[in-house]
Structures are given as C-alpha cells and as structure tokens.
Design a protein around this ligand. Structure first.
Ligand code: CTP
Ligand code: MG
Length: 249
C-alpha cells in the first residue's frame, strides 16, 4: 500500500434495525438468540470471517443502539475487523442508506448483508466479493426455486379467492440472498437516484437495476436463508448443531 494509492478496502453494511414482526412478539429480530448467541452476532461473525472485510457497519434498532454497541464491543473478532454501529431508519432501504453514510472514503467494495441471514458461509461471502473485484458493479447470491411461483390478481368479489394470472417459468427464476456486493460508487449513485425519485425496492440490487447497470448472480447457499418466521429459528439451530457436530466446536 502506497501513500498515493491505498488499496480500496471492503466493508460490510448489516441492516439490523427491523422489528421482526413475522417472527412474533419479543426482542427485535437481530437481538433474538440462536443457541444463546444473538442473531446479529452470528451475522457480524459471518462477515468478519472473510479476510477481505476490514470494516463492519451495523445498523441497529434505534432504541437499542447503545446495547448493540456494548454487545459488539465485547465480541472477539479478527484484528483486521473494525465495527461501527449507527441507528437505523423506518424501512430497510433507509437503514442501508444510514449505514452507507458511515463509510469512510477508502472503501471501494460494499457488501450489504441482512442481519436476518446469520449463517451465510464465508465461501459465499468471498465469491460475492471476488465477482465485484473482477469488475461487476453489482453481484447477488442466488438459488433456483423449489416451489413453482404464481402471479395472482385481485379477488373478483370481497373475501373471494384470488385468481392466478400467470405462471412464470420456474427455471428462469432465482431466489436472491445476501450479502449483495457492489462497487461503492454504483451503490451510492443508486441510493441517491432512488431517494430523489422517492420509490423503493425490496433489495439494493433492485435499485442498481433501475439505474440500468448490470447485476449478476453467483451461486447462493441454502444456509444463507433468511430467518423470517418461527420455524426458521428451529432450522437455524439445527444448522448450528450440525456444524458443531462436523467441526467439533
Ligand atoms: N431492516 C432494517 N431496518 C428496517 C427494517 C428492516 O435494518 N427498518 C433489516 C432487518 O433488520 C433485516 C433485513 O432488513 O436484517 C431484512 O428485513 P426482514 O427480514 O424483513 O426483517 P424485519 O423487517 O425485521 O422483519 P419483519 O418484516 O417480519 O418485521
Ligand atoms: Mg421487513
């Protein structure tokens, strides 16, 4: 690394400010535990596991920012890993933007990773980073669908069944996960354009698509599933138990 051209670093922004309404009553989702460890801690470890990641920005539930800071200060991470905590916003997109605002200038590649995907393997993280470094402005991990998907229309009468209007060909569809990886300038441009337009998207890559920039997929991983409903907690703890049995820790 020279003074004139420091190597751009990679940061991971972790939106963790959601309530987790679909998980049912309790603490915010990121602070619920899997085998006694908060989901957020699993997610931070998953990002810090990549040698390329030297900064993790956690976007915390606004009312819990102080306790999240304490939780993460006590966490043992690799020496290279710096952690910053900022309060989140009303929706995911707003929370991501608040996380992006906290990035220092020397960050060239940005991962955006849902706290709600605590078990993503490091190989998936590294595959996303590598594809960005090889020149893709936006990269998403994706898996083929198990279920057939139907598009439905409004019910013909109040309370009646909704009609199916289309069946997209399953082989052409992918379910996308996180971390999604971006060239920093592209992601900032996408967020600024959308803030001006006022219209949202359900993932960051969707914002980049609206710019007309290419988005590519790399293979996702079944363990990168999103903890959304109560049954997902059972699955996540089973994955951790399998890992412990296989790794001996
Ligand atoms: N998220 C966020 N800020 C928000 C809403 C969501 O940072 N205002 C984050 C969540 O913490 C989560 C990720 O975005 O890590 C994906 O969102 P989702 O799985 O929908 O989580 P929640 O919004 O918390 O869950 P629910 O929709 O069931 O309330
Ligand atoms: Mg949500």
């Amino acid at each position: 690394m020279t003074d004139e051209s420091p190597t751009p670093r990679t940061a991971a922004v972790i939106p963790a400010a959601g309530r987790g309404v679909r998980l049912g009553p309790g603490a915010p989702k990121a602070l619920r535990t899997l085998n006694g460890t908060p989901i957020l801690v699993h997610a931070v470890r998953a990002m810090a596991a990549s040698n390329a990641v030297s900064l993790v920005v956690v976007v915390a539930p606004p009312d819990d920012t102080t306790s999240v800071k304490t939780l993460l200060t006590d966490l043992v991470l690799p020496d290279r890993t710096e952690v910053v905590v900022v309060p989140g916003g009303e929706n995911r997109q707003e929370s991501v933007r608040l996380g992006l605002d906290a990035l220092p200038e020397d960050i060239g590649t940005v991962l955006v990773h849902d706290a709600a995907r605590p078990l993503v393997p490091v190989d998936t993280v590294d595959a996303v980073i590598e594809a960005v470094r090889e020149g893709a402005p936006a990269v998403v991990p994706a898996l083929p669908l198990a279920d057939t998907v139907k598009e439905v229309g409004p019910a013909l009468r109040e309370g009646g069944p909704q009609p199916v209007v289309a069946t997209p060909e399953r082989a052409r569809l992918r379910a996308v996960q996180t971390p999604q990886g971006f060239d920093r300038a592209t992601l900032l441009r996408a967020h600024r354009a959308i803030a001006a337009e006022g219209e949202g998207a359900t993932d960051c890559a969707g914002l980049v698509e609206r710019l007309g920039e290419p988005v590519v997929v790399v293979p996702g991983h079944e363990e990168a599933f999103k903890v959304t409903r109560p049954l997902d907690l059972v699955l996540a703890e089973a994955v951790l138990a399998r890992r412990r049995a296989n790794d001996g820790f």
